[in-house]
Design a protein around this ligand. Structure first.
Ligand code: SF4
Length: 253
């Protein structure tokens, strides 16, 4: 690409609406909360998950070690995965949350992207998306978790959006993706300033065919009227109850 072409591409990209994979996920969960955050900068206070971030970083360092040697991680051998960590000049950008891997939809004026945790490459050339998670459960039972909670679906969507982005960037993508899940052991007799983790590799069969429409829906939420709240949402009902009570107190005063 020439410098002029690169400048032109950059100009186009910066004039477009920027949508992240987190925005798409927010919009799926609740368009109103998404618009409040993205358009009005109103969102609940939250602290960063620093322990999870540390696990992410340590895991990335470990995969980088095998990437530099073009060797499979021992986990791949244990689970019969015929792949090595993928080496690519843009990998550090793809993993950087300020940049991420991106795709431009000129027709709809959308610059969509997200930061991936890791990519592996099969001997066939296909890329496998991997995302690192950390938790601390007494018993780690993924099937039970999937049956009882919604967040595994959100994890699957995350993997599928990364697959979509790799595909849009011209790569062949394997249909399967993986969650590299670290479970902190809570039942150790002594702490000794050390947390031990069990490692679970979860294979997820993916299908990213829904992503194009979800990105368009996210843009639509930003451009349209304020979406309604979800009547069953505990947070909104809590805030409404507080608001109603404070109004009553004002009237009582
Ligand atoms: S319904 Fe819940 S998720 Fe939606 S805006 Fe209200 S608090 Fe946010």
């Amino acid at each position: 690409m020439t410098i002029i072409e690169a400048k032109d591409r950059f100009k186009k990209a910066t004039s477009m609406i920027k949508i992240s994979r987190t925005s798409v996920e927010q919009n799926i969960k609740c368009p109103r909360c998404f618009v409040l955050d993205k358009k009005h900068r109103i969102k609940p206070f939250s602290l960063p998950f620093t322990l999870n971030i540390a696990v992410d970083e340590l895991c990335k360092n470990e995969f980088d070690y095998y990437r530099a040697k073009a060797e499979p991680h021992p986990l791949f051998i244990e689970h019969g995965i015929d792949a090595v960590p993928f080496a690519h000049e843009q990998l550090d950008d793809w993993r950087n949350w300020r940049k991420g891997i991106r795709t431009i939809d000129e027709e709809n004026g959308i610059n969509f992207g997200g930061a991936i945790d890791d990519v592996w490459q099969k001997s066939t050339g296909e890329l496998i998306v991997a995302d690192v998670k950390a938790t601390a459960k007494k018993v780690f039972d993924w099937e039970k978790t999937c049956a009882e909670y919604d967040y595994p679906k959100s994890y699957q969507r995350q993997l599928e959006m990364y697959q979509y982005l790799l595909k849009k960037n011209g790569f062949e993508v394997a249909p399967e993706a993986y969650l590299v899940y670290y479970n902190g052991r809570k039942n150790e007799p002594m702490f000794n300033q050390e947390i031990k983790f069990d490692l679970h590799l979860i294979k997820v069969d993916c299908d990213f065919s829904w992503v194009d429409q979800a990105i368009l829906d996210t843009k639509k939420s930003l451009e349209g009227p304020m979406p309604k709240s979800t009547p069953t949402c505990e947070n909104c009902n809590y805030l409404k109850a507080r608001w109603n009570l404070s109004q009553q107190n004002v009237e009582d005063a």
